[in-house]
Design a protein around this ligand. Sequence first.
Ligand code: VGL
Ligand code: ZN
Length: 177
Amino acid sequence: MEALIIVDVQNDFCPGGALAVAGGDEIVPVINELARDTPFVVATRDWHPAAHSSFADRGGRWPVHCVQGTEGAELHPQLDARAIDLVVDKGQDADQPGYSGFEDTDLEQALRDQGVERVDVVGLALDYCVRATALDAKRAGFDVTVHRGATRAVNVEPGDDERAVAELREAGVTVVG
Ligand code: VGL
Ligand code: ZN
């Protein structure tokens, strides 16, 4: 059994959003196509409390983004909601960045309950939450593939995307175009 994990395809990570990732919206049609071909589809949401340690106003590295219940935290409107079986909210602990969809969530249990063995990971951002989610999936024992063309990177430092891909491969994650 195979699952697709769509990581953080939310308004705040798309152009016009608080922490916009270049080309973040371009991956939506690609993801919708993958979702149609996958039996179990999970969408994660970065879902921070209004006061979060990763926010610049609290000394963190990111602008305020994906605050629970705001429009910026909603999934991108063009993402095919009918194809999504489960939404997993993460990043709710004010003291942790909460990059991985497996961190303090029941995602692993939900995948096990479905009999999932292989997971495909796509979404935003390649060098943060996609990276962390794919690495945790691999650590949990799933067979993991990242579809790079269905991701975009923040690239705070040039080359962060390539470093993320190298690290994923090193960990045994398959990265395809
Ligand atoms: C993310 C930075 C801060 C992500 C989330 O979804 O990749 N990046 N919070
Ligand atoms: Zn965040």
